[in-house]
Write a protein that binds this ligand. Structure first.
Ligand SMILES: Nc1nc(=O)c2c([nH]1)NC[C@@H]1CN(c3ccc(C(=O)N[C@@H](CCC(=O)O)C(=O)O)cc3)C=[N+]21
Length: 305
């Protein structure tokens, strides 16, 4: 091949994003005197979930925000989790709430996701947020899909008019990333476990998104030359959903695992928590100043409600 495949370096871009967020967080603290908080909620004792939640809290603290880590026991009921989310919703010091997926099977995860207040849904998991995003209205995007879009756009890769094939249709990954690609004028095919003739469909893709949650389920020989290959899978041993090592030499661009989509997920969550903090805390300043007749600087942030 005469072209050089572009490695979509999520690790490097996430570091850049963190640097810019440090300044925004410092500005929030200077102007409001408040240190923004991200609340993370973990239910049960899945070791890999514990690792991810810890990484999210750490990233939060690296940019100067606080993380409030709520760890609930495996036997927590839906009612108890809803009550915990209500508390965080009503706590003015909490700017954003992340409920780590999956919760134990006896809990109604959808009901719990949807209890998160819209303005605090910095992980983009609510039906309300999904619907607004799908309609191309301002909303916090689901973290992994929004991270993927940031990565593709950062490298100025072509989306408009291209055939994007998303393999997977989960509520916080496949479905939202398909909507985001559609909003960028891609022609989108969503495939899933019941799809017939999957290899043939993937062979037509200019952009392939692996979001099935099965190690190397998507084979290298299904992917055409010069495609953009996005692997959102995460499995033990640094393996994704796509046979990346076998396809990367003939891709237009590809995400490595690790160091691709994973770090972008975390950077997006943290960025959206900063945006939420700016909206909520500067709004408080504005209200106070309206009363006192002072002058305030407002960051340019979209209304999310
Ligand atoms: N409500 C919710 N939101 C999520 O965004 C969410 C979730 N639940 N549940 C689980 C998945 C998984 N997930 C990852 C985040 C970062 C890495 C990541 O940074 N991985 C590193 C490797 C980390 C390591 O294993 O050392 C990398 O790819 O470079 C991976 C996976 C977020 N998820």
């Amino acid at each position: 091949m005469s072209y050089t495949p572009v490695l979509l370096d999520g690790k490097a871009l996430s570091k850049e994003i963190e640097e810019s967020l440090k300044k925004r967080v410092a500005n929030i603290i200077r102007q409001t005197g408040v240190v923004p908080v991200l609340a993370t909620v973990l239910v049960g004792n899945d070791p890999s979930s514990e690792v991810y939640v810890k990484m999210k809290g750490n990233a939060c603290e690296r940019v100067g925000m606080k993380s409030l880590k709520l760890h609930l026991p495996e036997e927590t009921t839906t009612g108890q989790l809803l009550a915990a989310i209500d508390k965080l919703n009503n706590d003015d010091s909490v700017c954003g709430i992340l409920l780590q997926h999956p919760v134990p099977a006896h809990i109604n995860e959808r009901e719990c996701f949807d209890r998160i207040a819209a303005e605090k849904d910095v992980d983009g998991v609510t039906c309300h947020g999904f619907g607004r995003m799908a309609m191309n209205e301002p909303a916090f995007g689901s973290a992994t899909p929004a991270g993927i879009m940031k990565l593709i756009k950062h490298y100025n890769l072509p989306i408009e008019g291209k055939h994007a094939v998303v393999v997977g249709r989960s509520p916080i990954l496949g479905k939202p990333v398909a909507m985001m690609l559609l909003n960028e004028n891609a022609t989108v095919t969503i495939c899933h476990s019941k799809t017939e003739g999957l290899p043939e469909i993937v062979k037509g893709a200019d952009i392939v998104v692996g979001a099935v949650g099965k190690p190397e389920f998507i084979k290298a020989d299904w992917i055409k030359d010069n495609a953009i290959v996005i692997d959102a899978g995460y499995h033990a041993g640094g393996i994704g959903d796509i046979e990346i090592s076998k396809v990367k030499d003939r891709a237009m661009a590809y995400t490595p695992v690790p160091g691709g989509v994973g770090p972008m997920t975390i950077a997006t969550l943290i960025m959206q928590n900063v945006e939420s903090a700016e909206i909520q805390l500067f709004k408080n300043i504005k209200l106070q100043s309206d009363i006192e007749g002072g002058v305030v600087e407002l960051a340019e942030t979209p209304a999310l409600l």
